[in-house]
Design a protein around this ligand. Structure first.
Ligand SMILES: [Zn+2]
Length: 413
């Protein structure tokens, strides 16, 4: 048993700051109260106790070619299967790739991220490499695989089905890059098979305007419309929404991940954050390709807050930003769990919504939840701004991911 005492705890889905102690046993939070203090004591006086982060979109495989290709077009750098990234990765040994991925996972963990959703290239073999790399690191990867056969111009659908089946035996879901690279038949198959097996399907959509215009020109629909019609659970980017794109995402309760730092590095603009919030879409945040952007969520949040205030010339609430990597992944889940408790049973709509979100599996700080949190130095009275604007790596003292406790820096009360 461990008790974290005297910290300012960002509790529940609203991350409400309360002064309380947290009793942890066997990787779970047993009690949050003023009185409890049992077992090993961690003194968090003058610290913030914050849920650890979920980085909702990474490509960890390209850690090995950081900052290469800068200045070239996004297609030249990352478009599969012949972008600089894909050609470069295939030149390295498995050992080199594993080492680069391990380093990135330690970097994530030391900066508060215990969970990440990765678009893993290289088929089943690529998935297995990431599993091997993460084996001795107390971080929880959620791995979405893909197979090069998805990118054939005229793909053999029975071969595609076999590739999907093999992938789903080995990972948490499938993410086939974007609509520029695959046909709608392949996209529908992927989303269908994932749905059937209770797995997760995700796709890049509406990342920049040219992709959207090309999609409308060829298919009469935006990439977002196609992603939703094909049945994907999660959409990445939507930095350039057109027509009713955002309304469709809200109406269909889709999981949306914004990647502001990546959009900036590829000169693709800025996600329409205020329009997203207005529609009560609860976005997640991801750092995207490690080759172009650091996987440190603190850096991402600081960049996002400051550029949004600059761009909108308006107040942007830092609390809304901290929710993206902490409680937003759970909001649907939490809401629907309460609905079910009230009604006693689940209908099919609820079932599919729960499925989408249970697969993310990231806990907030509340009793009976898994213990996934960090203890960070409180530098100012505003806990949200203290985290976003002022936290450096040395200020992150302890990271707990269920029953694994990492002491990265000695707590300085
Ligand atoms: Zn991406």
């Amino acid at each position: 048993m461990i008790t974290i005492i005297n910290g300012i705890v960002l509790s529940g889905t609203e991350l409400e700051p309360i002064k309380a102690n947290i009793l942890i046993d066997d990787g779970k939070i047993l009690e949050i109260s003023q009185e409890v203090a049992e077992g090993e004591i961690i003194d968090a006086t003058n610290c913030i106790v914050c849920p650890s982060f979920l980085n909702a979109h990474t490509h960890i495989g390209d850690s090995i070619i950081k900052d290469e290709g800068d200045g070239k077009s996004i297609e030249e750098i990352v478009k599969p299967p012949n972008g600089i990234k894909h050609l470069a990765i295939s030149n390295f040994s498995d050992e080199d790739l594993i080492l680069a991925m391990e380093n990135s996972m330690w970097e994530m963990l030391k900066t508060g991220t215990t969970h990440f959703i990765d678009y893993r290239e290289g088929g089943v073999k690529g998935v297995k490499l990431l599993k091997k790399a993460s084996k001795n690191i107390p971080i929880s990867p959620i791995i979405l695989g893909r197979d090069n056969i998805f990118f054939d111009e005229d793909p053999n659908l029975s071969k595609v089905k076999i590739a999907i089946r093999k992938l789903l035996k080995n990972c948490d879901g499938i993410a086939p890059s974007g609509f520029g690279e695959i046909t709608d038949e392949v996209a529908i198959l992927i989303a269908e098979k994932c749905e059937k097996q209770g797995k997760f399907s995700s796709i890049h959509a509406g990342e920049y305007e040219k992709l959207q215009q090309d999609s409308i020109f060829e298919f009469g629909k935006t990439e977002v419309e196609r992603a939703i019609e094909c049945g994907f659970d999660q959409l990445i980017h939507v930095t350039a929404p057109i027509k009713e794109d955002l309304d469709l995402i809200a109406k269909n309760n889709k999981n949306l991940v914004i990647c502001p730092g990546s959009n900036a590095m590829f000169s693709n603009g800025f996600p329409p954050f205020l329009n997203i919030l207005e529609r009560k879409i609860n976005p997640l945040i991801g750092t995207d390709n490690i080759m172009i952007n650091s996987p440190n969520i603190f850096r991402e949040l600081e960049y996002t807050l400051k550029s949004m205030r600059a761009l909108y010339k308006n107040f942007i609430d830092p609390q809304e930003l901290i929710k993206m990597p902490t409680s937003n992944p759970l909001l649907f889940n939490y809401f629907y769990k309460n609905q079910i408790d009230k009604n006693g049973d689940i209908d099919d709509d609820f079932n599919s919504l729960i499925k989408n979100n249970l697969n993310i599996n990231k806990s907030i700080i509340e009793e009976n939840s898994y213990c996934e949190l960090m203890i960070v130095k409180k530098i100012s009275k505003n806990p949200y701004l203290s985290l976003i604007n002022r936290t450096e790596k040395n200020d992150i003292f302890v990271i707990i991911n269920k029953d694994k406790v990492c002491n990265f820096n000695k707590i300085k009360n």
